[in-house]
Design a protein around this ligand. Structure first.
Ligand code: HEM
Length: 610
């Protein structure tokens, strides 16, 4: 009996060894690029999922490039794959869409987005052309110029203003909400304010779940991802049903078009429309919100970049004939510094860390063969971090773009991919980002409160969020009677609420806005724009550096007296209360409430620290 047992063990051992050999040495009609297939089933996935807390190339890729060269083999989430950081091969692959390669986004992704069946969006041809055309009509240059740019501006202004009234906010989450509502409106309806949390939470769940094994068992990341997707689909399916029932109610969004073409010779089915809509929402929300959150982190570390931006947007507004007119296409196109900032954020952010394809046939390159049916990950960000083109590549330096000519840029900077699948939302993303920066720097000040530590897994994420406080510095277009400034001694953010008529408030603006105020440079190590610069000479000569701390309260009192003086004497504002709220809790300023007398007699009026 024991002989039979021994034979079974021997056969099983031989089969396992053969299987292991095959796993490690996959079949190929030529020489495979060098590399390792890793462990059975999981390949080298775990190494790629280890968070990288820097903006540099993920060590998984960096180490293998050093070891094997720019083209290497691996196995990720159970798929044999070639990763290429070779610019020549990358460009070649971009041109081979539908011929030697086709779109592939992980087996997980395919299950989540149902990229299978009769109308696979990964195939190029009629359906791809149709979808691309539809996206470009909705989000492309013409739409931006005629309609979207001003809608973006309104959305951005409303959202940042809301942030400014909420104290500390997570910029990543709030930016995602803002974009989700905007994208949802253009994709499938206009009443998504209330469901924006469902959408953004579901999208955050996707991101966590996409790089996981497609095991639909409770407790797995993939399971949660599918549940999140179901939630989202439920919301959109309801919209779609409504639209199918009442096709005459046109909203000018993606669903309008899709319903028109439903079940026609475009083969659009309800499920296909759902998958595309969810996919588009994901593409829009995750990418732009990550870039915006990253910009807050980089701005906090490089305040001079914000000064460059402020200078550009000051000139833009100064040159505007009608101060109340919305941002125009020409103004957007004139934003050189802003575009440099956006390029630099995208260069370092590397929001789409790898572009995935599947080979349709064997591809021979440089003596190696990439077998048919293999996955390929095109990593173009190595170009974006190439020190020969981008000196000191990990430094955030938007000014470097002044010296980079368009030809060098097009060859070495591909955040939106290349070839016929190049991002259909590229211009929209840049316009959204630029408009966001325009409103932000010309009307608000912000401070980083906490978070901002990046983790690539390999998608760029902010593990502890990116928390900021945002305050309005200019009242523009009736956002409310608030104005904010930073107390110069300690950087405390202060919000001033002025009660009075709009007319009176308009009078105040030139006095209470940063824009018209000289800036205080490098004070206490920080560049704090200061409303009260002219008070400094009064205070500083009397206080030595060492006794500076003690001067703070006196300084604040003087500052407040100055405001009161301006309000009451100079602007002839009487009997208005003024509330100064310490927004970032440094406690130095507290809350001051002052009820002005009908005419001021010195500065011993009733005011107190709350
Ligand atoms: C910072 C923002 C964004 C980045 C970095 C980005 C990046 C990319 C990349 C690298 C691709 C190529 C994918 C491939 O070849 O497989 C792509 C494709 C695409 N993107 Fe974006 N994207 C962004 C924003 C958007 C937005 C806002 C939209 C929608 C309005 C969008 C819609 C699309 C679509 C529809 C495609 C597929 C194009 C095709 O297959 O022809 N993207 N994107």
């Amino acid at each position: 009996m024991w002989q039979v047992g021994l034979c079974v063990v021997a056969v099983v051992t031989i089969l396992i060894s053969q299987w292991l050999y095959k796993w490690r040495n996959p079949k190929s009609n030529g020489v495979l690029p060098p590399g390792s297939m890793g462990l059975p089933f999981i390949g080298e996935t775990l190494q790629l999922l280890i968070p990288n807390h820097s903006l540099d190339l993920h060590p998984f890729i960096k180490k293998r490039i050093e070891k094997y060269g720019r083209v290497f083999s691996t196995n990720l989430v159970g798929r044999p794959m070639v990763i290429t950081a070779d610019p020549k091969l990358n460009n070649y692959l971009f041109q081979q869409e539908g011929k030697e390669v086709e779109l592939w986004y992980l087996d997980t992704f395919e299950k989540v987005f149902r990229l299978e069946g009769e109308a696979r969006p990964n195939a190029v041809g009629r359906i791809h052309k149709y979808l691309r055309g539809t996206f470009l009509t909705l989000f492309g240059v013409d739409s931006l110029r005629t309609k979207l740019l001003s809608e973006i501006e309104t959305t951005v202004r409303t959202n940042i203003h809301r942030w400014s009234t909420q104290g500390t906010i997570d910029a990543k989450k709030e930016a995602a909400n803002m974009i989700a509502v905007f994208a949802a409106k253009n994709l499938f309806g206009d009443d998504f304010e209330k469901s924006s949390d469902v959408i953004t939470d579901a999208i955050a769940g996707f991101v966590q779940g996409l790089m996981s094994f497609p095991l639909n068992i409770p407790g797995t990341r993939f399971y949660k991802c599918m549940k999140d997707k179901d939630k989202l689909e439920k919301v959109i399916r309801a919209m779609l049903k409504e639209r199918i029932a009442r096709p005459e109610e046109k909203k000018g969004d993606f669903l309008d078009r899709a319903v028109k073409d439903l079940n026609t010779d475009f083969f659009l089915t309800e499920n296909f429309i759902l998958s595309i809509t969810v996919g588009a929402l994901f593409a829009t929300v995750e990418s732009i919100s990550t870039a915006i959150a990253l910009s807050f982190k980089l701005f906090a570390e490089h305040p001079w970049v914000v000064e460059d931006l402020v200078a550009e947007h000051d000139i833009l507004l100064k040159n505007r004939e009608n101060k109340e007119s919305p941002l125009t296409w020409d103004e957007y196109k004139s934003m050189t510094v802003t575009m440099h900032v956006i390029n630099e954020v995208l260069r370092l952010g590397n929001v789409a860390p790898g572009i995935l394809r599947k080979t349709l046939k064997d591809i021979n390159y440089n003596g190696y063969t990439i077998p048919a049916g293999w996955a390929i990950m095109i990593v173009s960000c190595t170009l974006q971090l190439n020190p020969n083109v981008f000196k000191d590549p990990l430094a955030f330096n938007p000014r470097r773009w002044k010296d980079i000519d368009p030809q060098t840029a097009s060859k070495n900077f591909m955040p939106f991919g290349g070839g016929i699948r190049q991002c259909a939302g590229a211009e929209f993303s840049k316009a959204f980002f630029a408009t966001f920066l325009h409103v932000l720097v010309s009307e608000y000040k912000w401070t980083k409160i906490k978070g901002g530590d990046v983790a690539r897994t390999p998608m760029l994420q902010f593990q502890d969020g990116m928390y900021i406080k945002c305050v309005l510095v200019n009242l523009i277009r009736g956002c409310g009677n608030y104005v904010s400034f930073q107390m110069p001694m300690h950087g405390s953010m202060v919000l001033v609420q002025v009660e009075g008529s709009d007319e009176q408030y308009q009078q105040l603006l030139p006095y209470l806005s940063f824009r018209n105020t000289p800036r205080l440079k490098n004070f206490e190590g920080a560049r704090v724009p200061c409303l009260f610069d002219h008070l400094l000479p009064e205070i500083l000569p009397r206080e030595s550096e060492e006794h500076f701390e003690g001067a703070i309260e006196r300084f604040n009192r003087s500052a407040i007296q100055w405001i009161l003086k301006e309000l009451v004497e100079h602007l002839k504002l009487h009997s208005h209360s003024l509330t100064l709220v310490d927004l970032n809790g440094t406690g130095c300023c507290g809350t001051i409430r002052w009820i002005g007398p009908s005419s001021i007699t010195g500065y011993e009026s009733k005011w107190q620290f709350g």
